[in-house]
Design a protein around this ligand. Structure first.
Ligand SMILES: [Fe+2]
Ligand SMILES: [Fe+2]
Length: 173
């Protein structure tokens, strides 16, 4: 086994930027929603942006815990224009699917390079991606169900606004 390898370190540093990029992207989606007065969706997306920030910091902390150099690369400007609220969440879903692919590739690289500590760290991300894809997919499906019905859209927006921050309780066992 290896404590770390240059390839894995480079890939984790790239993933830190990808998570900050996701955080930025969700913030841009929140701005679109709030400007279009979908305040509940805006709140949901702000919270998701904070979660992505936490993901980035989790990898940031991991690199430091392994006594390596964190390299913060530039992040791309996120998309800010959308034609509808359903398009916002469709973009969120495709973004999450892309990230799941990145995490899988990173895990495979850690496996090939025999960096077992990185594999253990990345397992949390694999599980998290399953959860995130599932919740965004459900929201997209609901927007497709309500279509342009104003009353149902308002209900759905209210439902999204009821999102609570992820529990700070430590995981069981
Ligand atoms: Fe993430
Ligand atoms: Fe995510």
């Amino acid at each position: 086994m290896n404590a770390m390898t240059p390839k894995v370190l480079e890939a984790i540093n790239r993933q830190i930027a990808a998570e900050f990029g996701a955080s930025f992207s969700y913030l841009a989606m929140a701005a679109w929603c709030e400007r279009h007065k979908f305040m509940g969706a805006g709140k949901w997306l702000r919270m998701q942006s904070a979660e992505e920030h936490m993901h980035a910091m989790k990898l940031f902390d991991f690199v430091l815990a392994r006594d390596h150099v964190v390299r913060l690369t530039g992040i791309d400007e996120p998309r800010t224009a959308f034609v509808s609220i359903v398009e916002v969440f469709e973009q969120a879903l495709s973004q999450e699917q892309k990230v799941s692919g990145q995490i899988d590739e990173l895990y495979e690289l850690a496996f090939r390079e025999r960096v077992f500590a990185a594999m253990a760290e990345l397992q949390w991300f694999i599980t998290e991606q399953v959860e995130e894809e599932k919740s965004v997919r459900e929201i997209v499906a609901k927007f497709h169900m309500v279509k342009d019905d104003p009353a149902s859209l308002l209900d759905l927006d209210r439902e999204l606004g009821a999102r609570q921050p992820a529990s700070a309780a430590p995981p069981a066992a």
